[in-house]
Design a protein around this ligand. Sequence first.
Ligand code: NCD
Length: 309
Amino acid sequence: MSDLKGKDILHGNQFSKKDIDAIIKTTANFEKALKGKDSLTLLKGKILATLFFEPSTRTRLSFETAMHRLGGGVVSMASGESSSAAKGETVADTARTVSQYADVIVIRHPRIGSAKEAADSAPIPVINAGDGAGQHPTQALLDIYTIYKERGSLKNLTVSMVGDLKYGRTVHALVELLSLFQARLYFVSPGLLRMPEEITSHLKEKGIEIVETEDIGEAAKASDLIYMTRIQKERFTDLSEYEKTKGRYIIDGEFLRRLKKEITILHPLPRVDEISTEVDGYPGAAYFRQVRNGVFVRMALLAMVLGKR
Ligand code: NCD
């Protein structure tokens, strides 16, 4: 039985190295167990509620797929507008209500701290699937599983994180996990979209080597892996700032030819224009494998918080 039983999953900083090892092992076991099978029966009778107050394709569908593949059931709120949130219900009340129906909640909401509010109010495990520009810990865990599979180890890595480091909740969560493995980090962004100061200073306190630059070429040359991100248009209060930064970094065939080495490329998706489709067939382009890994990781997390692993 893992230590995650009954726990909420809210922030990248809540995990120890031991937790990551356990999650990777459990994930790999589910990936193996599902080979040649449509589904398992481990969570038969359990119900997952997905509450998404923001757009999502991968995160919601992969959680729901994961629950079905484990033999459990899913209830889902179609959108924030069609729920009682539109009538003024608080996240805390919604979460407490839904916990009368379901065994575990996955929530995405545009406000930082909203998932924590839901967790404080609901007596069942709550999983943060993105709280505004805050955190996205399950994405970070599937990123880590993908890095482990693609690179064979989490040790001794140099990683470039590129794009919108200010508003990108996936990078905010992933740096926490990479810091457990003492990865060297390049933060590549336009000046307006730098990694928040409280995150860089907290990483530096942990002894993590960080280089901040606007030059993707320099960073890529030194890196084993590039983690590309979308500029988060919906988070800008001033759209002229978005216009100034969009299209700034693009990985295409020409970029890879100039790089003259194999590099692993990850992206949480969706992409806009930051990775050209001609890169999709490149051996190191791992972003669609990353999507697939998301189902196995979320199977592991659901089983673990429900005390079945
Ligand atoms: C990310 C998100 O929602 O934060 N997408 C995802 O969950 N895979 C990244 C993004 O929207 O750019």
